[in-house]
Design a protein around this ligand. Structure first.
Ligand code: MG
Ligand code: ZN
Length: 214
């Protein structure tokens, strides 16, 4: 039972720091999203497409979270936006403290949108508030249609669901209607988008929706 207590204390401390981050974002007028998904569902690709789509319309900054390497930060930097890479060295989620440290390397004033790409993991990122306005969960068609039922906390805590790799539907074992039904059964308030980074399907709809939030 000691483990439960420690876990609770860690989360309590994290929530305090997340609130501090939220205050900073409020002061600078920055809308913040926390991108979460399992590894390989297309977080960075969606981010690249979003940056391309929002270019010149809004000032964006990015925090990249990865277990190792700055490969994703390199991809994002090509779009000319400020980007900070957090390497967790094995840590399987971002915490508010890590985001707070990364923020010391970003001038938030004038930044309308901050995208935090979390470590690829559908489990613990659900429990860690980073101070974001909303979690955006990405589920790709290649993962099948049962992810919302198997990882309910993530879908319950998210405000948006992006169903990615929609172009692969004919080739994979995923029933789109079933996937949506499962997600909405867990969280009826989810705003759902369908996208493909290969064909750019749905990117405009998602980007415009996001732009309207900033
Ligand atoms: Mg990535
Ligand atoms: Zn974790």
């Amino acid at each position: 039972m000691a483990i439960v207590t420690i876990e609770r204390k860690v989360l309590q401390k994290n929530d305090e720091l997340a609130e501090q981050n939220r205050e900073l974002f409020k002061k600078s007028g920055t809308f913040v999203i926390n991108l979460v998904s399992s590894p390989g569902s297309g977080k960075t690709s969606i981010l690249e497409k979003t940056l391309e789509s929002l270019k010149g319309k809004v000032k964006v900054a990015v925090i990249e979270g990865d277990v190792q390497t700055d490969l994703d930060a390199q991809r994002v930097a090509k779009f000319g936006v400020p980007v900070v890479q957090i390497v967790t060295n094995g840590g399987c989620h971002l915490e508010a403290k890590l985001v707070q440290d990364a923020l010391s390397n970003i001038e938030l004033n004038g930044v309308n949108l901050l995208v935090i790409e979390n470590v690829g993991n559908l489990v613990c990122p659900a429990g860690y508030d980073l101070g974001e306005a909303m979690k955006v969960v990405i589920a790709s068609t290649t993962e099948g249609d049962d992810k919302p039922l198997k990882y309910p906390a993530m879908f319950r805590n998210a405000s948006v669901l992006i169903i990615n790799k929609i172009d692969l539907l004919p080739y994979v074992n995923c029933d789109l209607a079933e996937l949506k039904k499962n997600a909405l059964q867990i969280n009826n308030n989810l705003t759902v988008f369908e996208t493909s980074c290969t064909t750019s399907y749905g990117i405009k709809e998602w980007s415009e929706w996001l732009l309207a939030k900033t």
